[in-house]
Design a protein around this ligand. Structure first.
Ligand SMILES: *[C@@H]1O[C@H](CO)[C@@H](O)[C@H](O)[C@H]1NC(C)=O
Ligand SMILES: *[C@@H]1O[C@H](CO)[C@@H](O)[C@H](O)[C@H]1NC(C)=O
Ligand SMILES: *[C@@H]1O[C@H](CO)[C@@H](O)[C@H](O)[C@H]1NC(C)=O
Length: 510
């Protein structure tokens, strides 16, 4: 099925958490396959698997310890000419599911630097949003000033880490299924993610053991804790069986949705308090009505989405809350400091920005698809779409956002030594700062008391205050001033500063 532009536009309220309510080179094929600087060890003894090659120029590796899985990849001259770049597919379940990835080596020291994996929100948002709009090695060129469609990003997070971008779940971006297999919950998606890492590290074996950070934004606040838990549990099995573990170091969540019980109080504080702007943006009368409705909204959510999980009642509770707490009518919901006058664009929020449409067009160009290896013979089913409405709908129909309570996963992971950096651009009304502040503060874990008692401080970049921050043990919570939902898009140097200190293990206590 192909999504025409009008359908995409009109359904865009679905993107990210807004969804709730509506519910409703020529690629230089594989240039340096197995040379000295290749991340892949050609030595088959070391690999105990077999390499083959296939059109269009993919090398294929099938590790015997993961029967039914193989990784197809090729080098691509794309987005960041200063590093080695690979694109390809993990073929799952004897090849019936295909998960697309982009891998950018670090600009610093690839074999010693960590790996950050970017998980986009949605559900159904293509990883290209992060890659070409938010924190990736390049930006889509919306100014028409480059000859190749992209501009190099000096603040790309591959400055100090290898970057892996995954189009997930299946059905998103360039990822697809031959036989209509769908993934409809985060827990199912997690199985493909773990398989991906297992096969990736067998194939790109020089990166085996590298520290891994699962990062993402928006709905990734739900995905990431579930994926990290799956990796952690698999590591426990690996330990018991004497297999190598995945070196999972941390979760990094920007403007996420994690604990649903803090969503509406957080939104209220942004719309009727000083959670985002220096004065409440909604009128007194609206705020009176919202304040009166909030306890009922919370009670109903608690009762039907948390204490018990009743799909019909939970959905009714959410619809009630949404009807009582509408977003601002004239502003970009992802950045309420900006007016978004385009009525059509406003529906989806995301289209208040110029980049998504440009990325969509760029990744549909034949010339780009040739570079990526996603020409028709490889990705045959439909045009690339930066947001998959079908995936978004499947997840919504399963009420994935409201179950399980993923903040509990974060607590368990902290106990197991997986760190967490939670940062939030303060102008967002979709995944607001007060919502994230509250769930992190309230989180139940053994260090919770110490965390709550530690002091807030402002953090600074180049002698300028960039936000507020609280940090204790493995957990850090930060606000990013002057930024919306896609914080690194708005404050690239500042957010990279946080990331750099985080991955290099330099304390965030200033
Ligand atoms: C972009 O620039 C090229 C060459 O300078 C020009 O031909 C093209 O019309 C421009 N496109 C837009 C959308 O401005
Ligand atoms: C694309 O062009 C821009 C400037 O025109 C340049 O900075 C960038 O490195 C180029 N990207 C690639 C992949 O060649
Ligand atoms: C796919 O995209 C191309 C290029 O934008 C367009 O010409 C074609 O009509 C699209 N195909 C479908 C089925 O939408």
């Amino acid at each position: 099925m192909t999504l025409g532009p009008s359908l995409v536009r009109s359904s865009l309220l679905c993107f990210v958490v807004l969804s709730v309510v509506l519910f409703a080179g020529l690629a230089r094929a594989f240039q340096r396959p197995f040379g000295d600087t290749s991340p892949v060890q050609k030595d088959e003894a070391a690999h105990k698997g077999s390499f083959q090659s296939s059109a269009p120029g993919f090398a294929i590796f099938s590790p015997p310890q993961y029967p039914g899985y193989s990784l197809r990849f090729r080098s691509a001259s794309f987005c960041d000419p200063t590093v080695n770049v690979y694109t390809g597919y993990l073929d799952v379940d004897q090849g019936s599911k295909h998960i697309f990835f982009y891998f950018f080596e670090s600009r610093r020291d690839p074999y010693n630097d960590d790996i950050i994996t970017w998980i986009e929100g949605g559900p159904g948002g293509s990883t290209a949003i992060g890659m070409m709009m938010v924190m990736g090695p390049c930006k889509i060129d919306v100014s028409n000033s480059s000859t190749n469609g992209t501009l190099w990003n000096p603040h790309g997070w591959n400055k100090e880490a290898n970057l892996l971008f995954l189009d997930q779940p299946v059905g998103t971006g360039f990822s697809f299924s031959d036989i209509g297999n769908t993934v409809e919950t985060s827990e199912d998606a997690a199985k493909d993610i773990v398989a991906f890492f297992n096969v990736f590290f067998e194939t790109f074996s020089k990166f085996k053991g590298a520290g891994l950070h699962l990062a993402g934004e928006s709905y990734a606040g739900h995905f990431v804790p579930i994926f990290a838990s799956e990796i952690s549990d698999q590591n426990m099995e690996a330990r018991n069986e004497g297999r190598e573990e995945i070196n999972l170091k941390s979760m990094i969540i920007g403007n996420g949705i994690t604990d649903i019980m803090t969503e509406y109080p957080g939104r209220f504080e942004v719309l009727c308090g000083k959670g985002a702007l220096s004065a409440p943006p909604k009128s007194t009368s609206e705020c009176v009505r919202m304040r009166a409705a909030l306890p009922r909204c919370q009670q109903r959510m608690l009762h039907s989405c948390r204490e018990t999980f009743d799909a019909i009642d939970c959905l009714a509770a959410v619809k009630f809350c949404e009807s009582q707490m509408p977003f601002l009518p004239d502003n970009n919901p992802y950045d309420i400091s900006r007016i978004c006058t385009n009525m059509e664009a406003r529906l989806g929020g995301l289209w208040c920005y110029a980049e998504p449409e440009a990325i969509d067009a760029y990744l549909n160009l034949e010339s780009t698809r040739a570079i990526l290896g996603t020409t028709e013979d490889t990705f045959p089913f439909q045009n690339y779409s930066i947001i998959s409405i079908p995936v978004n709908t499947l997840f919504n129909n399963r009420l994935d956002k409201w179950f399980p309570p993923v903040e509990l996963h974060v607590g368990e992971l902290l106990e197991r030594g997986v760190k967490a950096l939670i940062f939030t651009g303060v102008y967002d009304s979709v995944c607001p700062w007060p919502m994230n502040r509250d769930w992190v503060e309230q989180l139940a874990w053994s260090g919770g008391h110490a965390f709550r008692n530690s002091a807030w401080m402002t953090w600074e970049v180049d002698d300028k205050q960039a936000g507020e921050l609280k940090s204790s043990g493995p957990l850090t919570l930060a606000s990013v001033w002057g930024a919306g939902h896609m914080a690194a898009h708005d404050k690239p140097a500042e957010v990279f500063f946080l990331i750099s200190r985080w991955i290099n293990n330099i304390g965030l206590q200033f």
